[in-house]
Design a protein around this ligand. Structure first.
Ligand SMILES: *Cc1c(COP(=O)(O)O)cnc(C)c1O
Length: 412
């Protein structure tokens, strides 16, 4: 573990107030005050800059998780800080009885980035991934059909609607009954999908790459088959880009590689660069499935979140971060794939799954944290690497050297 000299304890306000200041003490206070839905926090973080975060005990870490694929521009990126600060100092919130320039600009910008020619594109703004998916789920009900076909291994969120569409039984079962008429298919199996979709199906919901399942990539042509199958039965194709979207895989949206035009696209994680925002985008006829009175939100589409997202999109474009994500991702993937204890590296761009030869991912994750690397272990044998898109070549090299050593030690 590395120790840095900044920020100094004395510079931190709570030290001056004489409060407990070690990570252990803050964790104790956390246990007494924060609902225990996440287990104990791994560290108590105080500051971030670029791809580095610092904890309250003065250690620093290379952040290969980016708040779970959220901090696309890393921590405290000046463009996001400036956009949020200026917007909050100008007009912070107005309710959806009104609109604002950042909201309209962001909706137009997302439509342009989807790059679907004359197809109408309309966005509903929310505050998170699960909310973006709730909006899309409600839109599917406007088809006059109720069945949604979803893939095993899927993750779509924790609110009741999105949870109904999330595969993990341990997440779902304690909260049943959930909205019904959900049909499950194995992910990546186009024939199984064809067999499951009939004229009663409102929508097929797919992640272009499954994130929480450990970065699972379907065979080429899967999304194109899904598009053909849904067209054939008059069903919507709903693509959940909450994790894959906004440059993560080296494209603006991961589905674009397949050349399809979906009906619904949901976004969240990377869009606000750390500021909460979600988006449910309807294309073509799906752009008007939800009409006045059908859905709403108080905070969704607020100008601060939209300004943050515009700053993220501008920076990705100006700094050529799509190409950068591909280059850095290839660098990480090729170095890690060479490790004798790594069976495979999955994913695209800066969304990578490291499949270990033994189910020791949780142990590797803990040891990596002690060695100064933040990442996570979504399944027993997979590590997930979703760093800031601004990760430098030197940081990527440090990451692979350190992680290779840790994997070698844990799986000795
Ligand atoms: C994280 C995630 C969600 C849920 O987003 P929240 O902001 O946590 O509600 C939905 N879908 C996918 C694919 C995700 O990765």
């Amino acid at each position: 573990m590395t120790t840095s000299d900044q920020p100094t304890r004395a510079s931190l306000p709570y030290a001056a107030q004489g409060r407990p200041e070690s990570g252990e003490q803050w964790t104790e206070r956390y246990r007494g005050a924060v609902m225990n839905t996440f287990g104990d926090p791994q560290r108590v973080l105080v500051r971030g800059e670029g791809s580095t975060v610092w904890d309250v005990d003065g250690n620093h870490y290379l952040d290969l998780l980016a708040g779970i694929a959220v901090n696309a521009l890393g921590h405290a990126h000046p463009a996001v800080v400036r956009a949020v600060t200026e917007q909050l100092g100008t007009l912070g919130h107005v309710s959806n009885f009104f609109t604002t320039e950042p909201q309209v600009r962001l909706a137009e910008r997302l439509a342009a980035l989807l790059d679907v020619g004359d197809v109408p594109v309309r966005t509903f703004f929310a505050n998170s991934g699960t909310e973006a998916n709730e909006a899309a789920f409600k839109a599917t009900r406007r088809m006059g059909r109720t069945t949604v076909v979803v893939a095993e291994g899927s993750f779509h969120g924790r609110s009741m609607g999105a949870l109904a569409l999330t595969s993990k039984a341990a997440y779902r079962e304690p909260f049943e009954p959930l909205p019904g008429d959900v049909r499950w298919v194995p992910y990546g199996d186009a024939d199984a999908l064809a067999a499951a979709v009939d004229d009663t199906v409102a929508a097929v919901l797919l992640e272009p790459i499954q994130g929480e399942a450990g970065v699972v990539v379907p065979l080429d042509g899967y999304l194109a088959r899904a598009r053909a199958i849904t067209h054939e039965h008059g069903a919507l194709l709903w693509i959940d880009e909450v994790q894959t979207g906004v440059g993560r895989t080296g494209a603006w949206f991961a589905f674009q590689e397949s050349g399809i035009v979906p009906d619904l696209v949901t976004l969240a994680k990377g869009l606000g660069g750390g500021f909460p925002i979600g988006a449910c985008i309807g294309l073509g006829d799906a752009a008007t499935l939800l009409g006045p009175g059908n859905h709403g939100t108080t905070f969704g589409g607020n100008p601060v979140a939209c300004a943050a997202a515009l700053a993220v999109l501008d920076t990705i474009e100006a700094d050529d971060l799509l190409a950068h994500a591909t280059t850095r991702g290839d660098q990480l993937a090729s170095a890690l794939a060479a490790h004798p204890r790594v069976a495979e590296v999955t994913g695209r761009g800066l969304m990578l799954g490291v499949v270990l030869t033994e189910p020791r991912a949780a142990d590797v994750q803990k040891a990596a944290l002690d060695a100064g690397l933040v990442l996570n272990a979504p399944t027993p044998d997979r590590l997930r690497i979703v760093p800031p898109l601004v990760l430098t070549e030197a940081e990527a090299a440090h990451a692979t050297t350190t992680l290779s050593a840790v994997i070698g030690e844990v799986l000795a």
